[in-house]
Design a protein around this ligand. Structure first.
Ligand code: ATP
Length: 287
């Protein structure tokens, strides 16, 4: 699991720490120390407020020359649409979505947002408009309030409480010794996978980005928690372009479209009903 998750952890760290000025920038440098750094082209412009129309045009990618990971990916996602990506481990789902915040550059083809090729936009201004929700969320040693407030620096206490409520965190907060002032992370209260996922959701509500990448939890959650998180995620996705890396089939029936990936290619695409009717790979998995 570690290997497969590494790209996404980095997306999380990069997107979430970059706005933290110099300290964030240093961490960003550390994280990228082993990777070639992507820098802004001299003529890159500040991204306008994005609607979130995304196009992958004949996108190919390999980490190491000679071993293609993605090949000939053509996909248009309309602003506001929820698209789920499914497929066997190693099919390239995480890698494909890691190209959107430009953690890696496609080795073939291109990606546009609202018709703008990604490299035409300043990296920082692009990443500010992409939210990431993952169980591998980066929590730093500090209070829960600070950890949630990280979604948008300068958020008021009311805004933080509201985001926490929308992420279904209120009950947990009430159960903590110092509520929002409880110290979490290595030196404080350790949060469970489901709780961390909710902190990530609260941050995303605060950040309010037009584009969301959701990495569904892989660890088992009890069904009550799972339902609560799903409700919070459904609310979060409304009005945003949402790309979901799905590890289980049960939670993606409401996606507008499902992309079935296999060995770096799109094998099938359609709604749950379309794909069931087609009787192909997805229908086999869902049976
Ligand atoms: P999972 O469902 O397990 O998360 P996935 O469909 O998201 O899988 P990816 O994580 O995108 O698949 O991995 C696609 C392929 O790329 C795998 O063969 C993996 O070993 C390889 N890979 C992933 N990250 C790297 C990396 N940083 N360097 C080299 N190869 C990598």
């Amino acid at each position: 699991v570690g290997v497969f998750y590494r790209p996404l952890e980095k997306i999380a760290a990069v997107i979430e720490t970059y706005p933290r000025g110099i300290a964030g920038f240093r961490r960003y440098q550390e994280l990228l120390a082993t990777e070639p750094e992507i820098s802004d082209a001299p003529d890159a412009v500040e991204a306008p407020a994005l609607r979130g129309d995304i196009r992958f045009e004949n996108v190919g990618f390999s980490y190491d020359a000679g071993r293609p990971i993605l090949d000939g990916i053509d996909l248009t996602v309309k602003a506001g649409e929820t698209v789920a990506f499914v497929g066997p481990s190693g099919a390239g789902k995480t890698t494909l979505l890691a190209l959107l915040p430009r953690f890696y550059e496609p080795t073939a083809g291109r990606i546009t947002v609202d018709g703008l090729p990604l490299p035409a936009l300043r990296l920082n201004s692009l990443r500010r408009q992409i939210g990431l929700v993952s169980q591998d969320v980066f929590l730093f040693g500090g209070t829960l309030r600070e950890n949630i407030g990280y979604g948008r620096l300068g958020a008021t206490d009311d805004e933080i409480r509201q985001a926490a409520a929308r992420a279904q965190l209120t009950q947990m907060i009430e159960g903590l010794p110092d509520g929002l002032d409880t110290v979490v992370g290595e030196r404080g209260v350790m949060l469970s996978g489901g709780q961390k996922q909710r902190v990530a959701i609260a941050r995303a509500f605060l950040k309010n980005p037009p584009i969301l990448i959701l990495d569904e939890a892989t660890s088992a959650l009890d069904s009550q928690t799972e339902r609560e998180i799903q409700q919070a995620l459904d609310a979060l996705a409304v009005g945003r372009t949402t790309l979901v890396i799905a590890h289980r089939l049960g939670t993606i029936r409401n996606a507008h479209r499902i992309v079935v990936m296999q060995a770096g290619r799109i094998a099938e695409i359609g709604s749950h009903a379309d794909l069931i009717a087609k009787g192909g790979i997805y229908a086999g998995l869902a049976a």
